[in-house]
Design a binder for this molecule. Sequence first.
Ligand SMILES: [Zn+2]
Length: 164
Amino acid sequence: MEGVKVKPSPIEGLGLFAVQPFKAGVTIREVNVVREITDEHPLRPELGERADHCDYPDGRVVLIGPPDRHLNHSCDPNTYIRYEAGRCFIVARQDIPSGQELTCDYRLNVTGGDAWPCKCGTDRCLGTVAGDFFELPEAFQREYLPFLAEWFVCRHRERIKSLG
Ligand SMILES: [Zn+2]
């Protein structure tokens, strides 16, 4: 585990922190995907597997392992997830100094998910994490366009086009 470490977060529980500076656009690390969750191989709560440690790339459900499952949500995130040929990477959205907590916006690349209260504490916090990209204010949607996954853009081409 290079470049990052896990420790208590002011946002929620444990967080993922930079232990070196990262320049905007740099790939910080590949996300540790444990396995795909399917009807045949569902989550095993008895082993500590949790739905809130899952990600949803391109209609699939995958279980995220440590340390990446500690990547907290922020309404003003400093990273985003890049999806590439079935793999996921944490990429710096801006210059990140050593010691800063890494965050991403859970509202990217999702629709129809649950909403829950947000405690990110940033100036532009909306107070809830809506589980749907299209429920974000349009200004946010436009800002996030370059960071959306290709499969998400393909699935929602018409709605995204209407953002101009
Ligand atoms: Zn927030």
